[in-house]
Structures are given as C-alpha cells and as structure tokens.
Design a protein around this ligand. Structure first.
Ligand SMILES: Nc1ncnc2c1ncn2[C@@H]1O[C@H](COP(=O)(O)OP(=O)(O)O)[C@@H](O)[C@H]1O
Ligand SMILES: O=P(O)(O)OC[C@H](O)CO
Length: 496
C-alpha cells in the first residue's frame, strides 16, 4: 500500500491528512493556533506555533491512520500563502512574528511605490497588483524594523520564506531552503515569465538575494525530512500554496476549469494552461504549479473576507454560536430585507484592490433583524465571487461552464445555491471537500510515481451535489447593481 501525507498549514489551523492510493482519507488531525491583531490592520502568527501545531497534527494524523512515517511514499506541503517569515540560518529561530497575508501595515509603502510609477512594472513581471497582500513589502518592513536585520541579511545570515519554506526548513533539520514557483509567484519578487527571482524587483524592494529560497518544482522530490522529526526520513515531493493545491485537488487540469475555495477568504482560480493571461481587469496572473519543469498558469481572484465574515457574525457580533448556524438563520427570511453587507474589514481585494475600503452595512431599517444580516453576509460572499467571474469574462478567460467549490463554507447549501443563482452558472461540490490537502498529496504522489499522470488522479474526483441557477435574470441583475452601489460607498473610507 502506498501512503501519502499532506501537511496543510492554513490561516487559522494546521491540518495533516494521510491518503491512500485511491485518494481516500485514512487519517487526519487538526489544530487551531492563535491569531494576533496587535494594531488595527495588523495580523500576525507565531512562527513557532505554526511549526509546533503542524508537527503535532502531523504526528497525530499518522497515529490516526495507524501507520508510521517509514510507511509513507512521500509527503506534500501546502500552506497559507504570502505570509512572511524571517529567520536566522544558524539556529532556525524566527526573528519576528510572521506577517500574515491579511496584514495591511505596508499599505502606505505600496502607495508610495504606486505614486513613483512602479505598479505597471510590477504587474508586468509578477502578474500581481501592487498591494500589501503580497510578501515583498512585508519582508522589506521586517528588514527595516528588526534590529540589525538588513546588515545580517546582506551577509547571508538570515533566511526569508513563506510558510512552505519555513516548514521544509524545519522538517529537513535546516538542510533545505526551498519554495515552489506557485508560492514564489505570490511574493512579488518572482518573475512569472523567467521563472526566477527578479533582480530589478529585488532592488526596488531592497531585498538581498541571499535571503531567498531555491525554487524547486511543485511536484517531485526535493529532499527528505530529517529522520528525527517524524521518526523516519520521508521524501518531500510536493509543495504548493493552498489555493494552487486546491485547484490541483479539484482536478482542474484543463484550460478554463475553475474552482472557488470558501475558507477564511475566497480564492477563485481558473486554469489558463501554458498561457500567461495578463489580466486587464485587476485579477492576478499566477503560477499554478510546475511539474517536470513544465509550468501551468492560472488567473486568480482573491477575496480577503469569505468565511471570516461568518466568524465575525459568530465572534464579533454573537449572532450565532457556531458557523454552521448561519444557514438556518439566513434561511429564516426570504431575502436580506434590503440589507447589503460590504465585508471590506481589511480593505477589498480583487477586483477593487482598495486597502482603504472598510466594512459597511447598508439599508438598515427598523425592520432589520439578525436573520437579514446573516443573509446579507452569505450574499456578500457570493457577490464578491460574482465580481471575480465577471472580471474573468472581461479578460476573455470565460465563459465559466461550472464552478467547482470547496473550503469550510462550501458546506453551506444556502450559500452554494445563492452562488449558483447570482452567477447564473452551476456550482458543483465534490464529495471530497478537503481538496487542499488532497492536492498536496496528489502533487507528492505524482512526484514519486504513486500515480503516473493527472488523468489518473482526475478519475478520483466525484461530485456530491450540483446547484443549478434558479434566479431570474432581472432579480440577479438588480441584486448585483445594488451590491455595486454599496461597494462604491465603502471605498476609500479609511483614507489617511
Ligand atoms: N456552514 C458554514 N457556513 C458558512 N461558513 C462556514 C460554515 N462552516 C464553516 N464556515 C466558515 O469557513 C471558514 C473555515 O473554512 P476553512 O476552509 O477551514 O478555512 P481556512 O483554511 O481558511 O482556515 C471559517 O471562516 C468559518 O466561519
Ligand atoms: O488559509 P486560507 O485557506 O484562508 O488561504 C489563504 C491564502 O493562501 C492567502 O492567499
């Protein structure tokens, strides 16, 4: 029997899953970890806690599967992307908290770069919008604010990595400092055309090359774990950012196939094959994965607040006790009663890229109740996704035939029906919702020959439920127009 282990290091929890050669889960474990919000707009994680929680649940998943590390054919790593960690090579010690992808502390630095006319060069080389979301300005901030960091970086004493690099470094006992092109493509330091770090961008952001990891294929062995970490040396054969891994796990292998993951944020990726599609509608052009030296690209729409809106209703407002309760509450009313929630809590991502937009509730009346707000929250998740698909259409990447969905909030039937209704496109939910971990396992398994080709893993994919659009076009258009009016009014709110 061939066993594969996936390490899935997400924004709010670390998970690990053991898969068999049929792509079925044979063991799993999960551990939440702390979120730190030290200032408005800042979001941090403790790199040691990321590592410890990931190692704890990795060991627990092996126990759950009843196997030992020595039984594994390989492991794959998938991770929250962009989150930036700086550590000391000699000790492996992180020098500062991880700056999380949601953190907006470098919004003003991005404004300065934009005012100096660098946005077009950055978009042309990286496929990204100049925004605090990506790693480059976060890393520059660390070099400017951690004592002595810049000098030490220049003489090669320090290492930078996104979470994949941090985990591989520690899994390998400090032997490997690597990342894959998909993760590298989210740093804003990687040239998606040359497939390498870009010297002009490194100079622009003031990043010494000595800090950077080596870029390896997303699929294929790049080294192995140190025997003491998991109890045996295990080939590390898959590395991918979580959204890229979910695209792979959803078997979106052919041109035009797309998935949307409804986790903390929502991330819609469409496979554009071998082609780099430059968006003119403020989507991101990104690397999907690289296998045997061949790169697949994707168009991505990134939304910062997806399931996190539901968390806010639960933890911030106390309207529900568990995330799943939002469905019954929202279903208790036929519509939102005119309420629109714009979830710009950390600014707006694609296609608006407005770091200064802030959350807003419009249309409140004396008749507004918790259920209307709950329904408006679900509509907001779906309407943000509508904006992404519309931008993809305008980029000529569509039309979307169906949308494959996954992530925690994709379990919500009402949300999925609203999504199909508001898109006017069928939404298809697979039986296996843990597509991120599955994608990491697929990349690793293909890398060591457990599977021979993408078609073989695509054959595992099974639909659980298909949501057909049922809303009439007039109503859909009216809801979308109302949403756009509300978004317009939330923009620029926090402008300094
Ligand atoms: N039934 C549900 N309806 C709506 N949102 C949900 C539901 N269940 C979970 N969520 C939301 O999904 C998110 C968790 O999804 P998950 O894929 O685990 O996220 P991540 O990988 O970003 O940590 C949380 O924000 C949670 O509020
Ligand atoms: O941890 P998730 O699933 O919310 O994903 C985070 C993304 O990778 C951020 O770009």
């Amino acid at each position: 029997m061939s066993w594969l282990l996936a390490l899935d290091q997400g924004t709010t929890s670390s998970r690990a899953m053991v898969f068999d050669a049929d792509g079925c889960v044979r063991g799993a474990a999960q551990k939440d970890f702390a979120q730190f919000f030290p200032h408005p707009g800042w979001v941090e994680h403790d790199p040691d806690e990321i590592l410890a929680s990931q190692l704890d649940c990795t060991r627990a998943a092996l126990v759950d599967a009843g196997i030992a590390a020595a039984d594994l054919a390989a492991l794959g790593i998938t991770n929250q992307r962009e989150t930036t960690i700086l550590w000391e090579r000699s000790t492996g010690r992180a020098l500062a908290p991880a700056i999380v992808w949601q953190d907006r502390r470098t919004a003003a630095a991005c404004d300065r770069l934009r005012a100096d006319g660098h946005a077009d060069l950055i978009r042309a080389r990286t496929g990204l919008e100049l925004d605090a979301y990506f790693s480059a300005t976060k890393l520059a901030w660390l070099l400017d604010n951690v004592p002595d960091a810049r000098r030490r970086a220049e003489v090669g004493e320090l290492a930078f990595g996104t979470v994949d690099s941090w985990l591989v470094w520690h899994l390998s006992g400090g032997a490997l400092h690597v990342t894959d092109p998909g993760n590298a493509a989210r740093t804003m330091l990687f040239n998606i055309r040359s497939g390498d770090w870009d010297d002009q961008l490194l100079a622009l952001f003031g990043i010494p090359r000595a800090l950077l990891p080596r870029i390896v294929d997303s699929s294929g062995p790049c080294g192995e774990t140190h025997a003491e970490v998991l109890g045996a040396a295990v080939p590390i054969a898959g590395i991918a950012g979580d959204q890229q891994a979910a695209t792979f796990g959803q078997a979106c292998f052919t041109l035009g196939m797309a998935k949307n993951t409804y986790g903390t944020g929502c991330f819609l990726l469409m496979n554009t094959g071998d082609e780099i599609v430059a968006s003119t509608n403020r989507l991101l052009t990104t690397v999907g994965w690289r296998a045997r030296g061949r790169t697949r690209y994707a168009l991505e729409g990134s939304i910062f607040m997806g399931g996190a809106i539901v968390q806010w209703l639960r933890d911030g407002l106390g309207l529900i006790r568990h995330s799943a309760e939002i469905e019954a509450l929202a279903a208790s009313v036929p519509d939102s009663g005119g309420v629109v929630l714009v979830p710009a809590f950390t600014g707006l991502g694609a296609p608006y890229w407005d770091a200064y937009a802030r959350g807003a509730l419009f249309g409140l009346t004396r008749g507004t109740g918790a259920a209307h707000i709950a329904r408006a929250a679900l509509e907001a998740i779906a309407l943000q996704t509508v904006d992404l698909v519309a931008a993809m259409d305008r980029d000529g990447a569509g039309p979307l035939k169906e949308l494959r969905v996954d992530g925690g909030a994709a379990a919500n039937d009402l949300l999925m029906q609203l999504q199909a209704d508001l898109l006017g496109v069928p939404v298809v939910r697979p039986q296996m919702l843990e597509t991120t971990a599955l994608g990491a396992a697929y990349l690793a398994g293909l890398g060591v020959g457990v599977w021979s080709c993408e078609d073989e893993v695509a054959a595992h994919w099974r639909a659980e439920r298909r949501f057909e659009p049922a809303m009439d076009a007039d109503r859909r258009e009216a809801l979308i127009a109302r949403w756009h009016r509300a978004v317009g009014r939330s923009r620029g709110w926090a402008e300094a």
